[in-house]
Design a protein around this ligand. Sequence first.
Ligand code: GLV
Length: 316
Amino acid sequence: MDREPKILIYSPNDTQVYADLLQAKGYTAVGSASTPEEAAERLAGTEVLLSWKFPLHLLSRPEASSVKWIQSMGAGVDDLVSLPHIPEQIVITRIVDQFGGSIAEYVFAYLLYLNQDISRIRIAQKEKKWEPFLPGFLAGKTMGVAGLGSIGKEIAKKARAFDMSVSGLSYSGKQAHLVDQHYGPDEWRAFVQELDYLVLTLPLTDETRHVINRELLLAMKSTACLVNVGRGKLVVEEDLIDVLHSGHLQAAVLDVFYEEPLLKENPLWTLPNVYVTPHISGPSIPLEVMRFFADNVKLYLKGEPLRGVVNRNSSY
Ligand code: GLV
């Protein structure tokens, strides 16, 4: 290697795994930190940050002046772009094309569970009761995917494999061809009205924050189900809680929340038609993140455009 940038890996966990993977690829100028204190100590001279939940206040310190590029280990970068003090000249990249498969499996696990009423089957089995019933089916139902990036694309593809009708809403309209019916950002109401399932994969931006409010939730069919794998703040959480309390909506499957970990006193934990999961639908798998990052480092060293560059205006 002609030139080796000094790389700092930051993550609350798995830093050693990432460091070993990077060293196995021949990089030696690799540091790692898993607490803000360690990051503060090791930041000086760093050119490239590979990070998850980096303590962003450190970026305004003089030790951070050498940082030129931040590669996030995840898909969503709302935390990074929402902060004004990340200097414009620092390039931010996010992982793209890696989470669609696992997130789609998560979505369909819950959709099939609900339709086949697996919880009922488990209870009946425990009581040794042979009680046939007619389950629900996905075929013929309508799935709405809000956000048609690489994650939404994979969900739409799998919905089709289940013979569902697929609608989509996106802000750019670039991937409108992926769905039977496409809606733009001014058409939320028309979009949600006909859906049996609304799946949110949107990034959190100024435009998408709180788009799902009481009015929109009440415009959905009372039998519809909401799945949020995007970001908690896409939804007005209090409105969702009220609407679910009132018996509108069949279920909400939530992997993301306003505040994570979800506070013990949050009513979402105990609402019977809510499924709470701890932000696990699209895990960052070290080997895959490292494959993406190592390819990007090669491009970086050649001065070529990186993959997954975040546009500071659109925030994704
Ligand atoms: C996880 O939520 C991610 O953005 O990768």
